[in-house]
Write a protein that binds this ligand. Sequence first.
Ligand SMILES: Nc1ncnc2c1ncn2[C@@H]1O[C@H](COP(=O)(O)OP(=O)(O)OP(=O)(O)O)[C@@H](O)[C@H]1O
Length: 337
Amino acid sequence: METLRLENIDKKFGDNIALNNINFSIDEGKLFTFLGPSGCGKTTILRIIAGFLEPDNGKVYIGNKDITNLPPESREVGMVFQNYALFPHLNVYENIAYGLKVKKLPKKTIDEKVNYYLKLVNLSEYSNRKIYELSGGEQQRVALARSLAIEPKILLLDEPLSNLDAKLRDKMRMEIRELQQKLGITTIFVTHDQGEALTISDKIAVFDKGICVQIGTPREVYNNPTNSFVASFIGETNLFKVNDILPFNIPSNKKGEFISIRPQEIELTREFDGDKNSFRARIESIQFNGISMDYICNIDGTKLKVTMLNTENSGNGLSINDEICLKINPDSIKVID
Ligand SMILES: Nc1ncnc2c1ncn2[C@@H]1O[C@H](COP(=O)(O)OP(=O)(O)OP(=O)(O)O)[C@@H](O)[C@H]1O
């Protein structure tokens, strides 16, 4: 069942088109990610859903209810901001209780709910702490608990992990996903980090300059990007124009302007095996990435990146300028717009 639906949403700031005809719906209990580069309009859509900003055109529905003109406090939407926006003069307990007090709930109910959500985010011992006495990850959990405590129908998370270091980001990302699934709360998660989007989402909406260019599961957007923007934004790819002179044959059953081949789809071997999909190449550069190795290879002037998992024996002894063989399976050659 769909919980949230946006229909034909447009938003301009002066002459700047921030959002151009945005349409999508989110099924109940799913985690939906907005992915796109800085300035593509992600936060603007969240603000329209939360009611902090009015669209120029279009409608926002929760279930069958048109909420386009409702004030934020009547929308049953909770939002965690990029900088958390916690109240510095209130302690952890009071921060989480804030929205419940605004709703004028009885003191006992507030106490029960605050303690429940404190426990849920593992901060029961911290209820009297001041916000400045908390680490970034702990502040993040308070912000999450504060939004969840009002028991919204939709939870909006605006780049909630951007202030955290890499390790904590991974941990918090897992925690958010587990919590979201446990509570079954319909959630929008905004990020410009493609890796984050691929790991956490049920579905991803990819945005480019105010336009929603693709919606799909992580696997769909990765394996079948609709265009060159999605192909190069999500994961790495070797991108060519169809008109480029290329050593390999382009599948003739699909039309498009670009060719995309993922670096891990290309097989690198030492010996040329004479297969029609194999090409003699030279290694131009090698990069060690820990879990994998990248090889920039040159087939008669066509450069391709090849990625191989860094196992005990892979790539042993390969050096720059080595003559090697690249095998490109025709199925891995995607023709896109
Ligand atoms: N209040 C405003 N007044 C004028 N222009 C705005 C306003 N808010 C956003 N914009 C512009 O609208 C566009 C979309 O901004 P938005 O904040 O939605 O992008 P974003 O994808 O969330 O970016 P980021 O990842 O950097 O947060 C940008 O060009 C931005 O400069």
